[in-house]
Write a protein that binds this ligand. Sequence first.
Ligand code: AMP
Length: 381
Amino acid sequence: MSAAFKPVLPGASIGVLGSGQLGRMFAIAARRMGYRVHTYSPGYDTPTGQVADLEVAGPYEDLDAVAKFAAGVEVVTFEFENVPAATAAAAARAAPVRPSGEVLHVTQHRLREKGYLAQHGFPVTPFRAVRSLAQLEAGLAELGCPALLKTAGWGYDGKGQVRISGPSEAAAAWQQMAGGEAVLEAFVHYEREVSVVAARGHDGQVVDFGVIENHHVGGILDISLAPARVSPGCERAAREIARAVLESLGVVGVLCVEFFALPGDVLLINELAPRPHNSGHLTFDACVTSQFEQQLRAVCGLPLGATDLLRPAAMANLMGEQWRGGEPRWLAALELADVKLHLYGKSDPRPGRKMGHLTALADSGEAAAQRVLEARSRLLR
Ligand code: AMP
């Protein structure tokens, strides 16, 4: 522990850049432990703001306002990794920012992230940087089809992605990138998608929540279950890689590594998220310490909490589509008394918007998944 390091103790105020559901669940965990939470984002009455002690609305580009916000707290963290680098730097002039702006910088840009991982010997999906149609065509010739073209910056949940089935589709796909930088990725025929949420303390201690299995629909996470149905070798490898990534980046906080698991225990990193992750939401109900409390502990310099999974668990997202027939039938779902409902306080249920999630615990991840799916289907009219 460096001599200058001072833990941020209960009673202190913590700043969160961003104001979505991740900040909301962080704030719930922090307030439970007696901290005060301030949130900064462009909006009012936000998912985080609704449960925070203080909600400050302002643009991320207003660096004076960001510095003033940071001066009012003991430590700043973020729940939205697309916070501009200048914003993180402005905050860092007034209070420690954890994880650091450098971690943000690497992980908020697909090319930088993949380049970093490849350079440091981590297994990543085969990729090429693409800055012109000619480079796209050359990349397709090297990687083959099908392939995915993704915007280099500001992409998540399958946004900013085009699937290319054959070379004749290159021009149309490149047009969709609107002249920006892009990453071309080989399409991976994976067996499963899995993730490891891990945390690293300021003293270098690393803990992880084990391997979580993820199922996506339309590029967006739909269901997660833990423990993942993977071989012991795959589990060991995923946890080792994730821990090594946190160490390599020097993360102080929580980071999620998303993987494609291929036959023969081969793992490829799809992407990193330098914060709690949707796949880790089940830790809120299923683990001794949730990923949100762990983020709090890590950024405050408290000892990290135990990550034991108390029972196998599953989580199902509730998207805006769930509201298409009107208000979901909450009572019908809650009749399953062991299913937990989390809603994020969003009033506008647009399609594709994450509105909440359900969690269930059972004797196996599969049984828990069946239970949350049953609860979710009961919501529909
Ligand atoms: P991303 O936003 O890059 O995490 O992509 C969202 C989802 O799209 C992933 O979780 C996968 O289900 C799918 N996907 C992304 N990249 C690939 C790839 N290279 N090969 C196959 N599926 C992919």
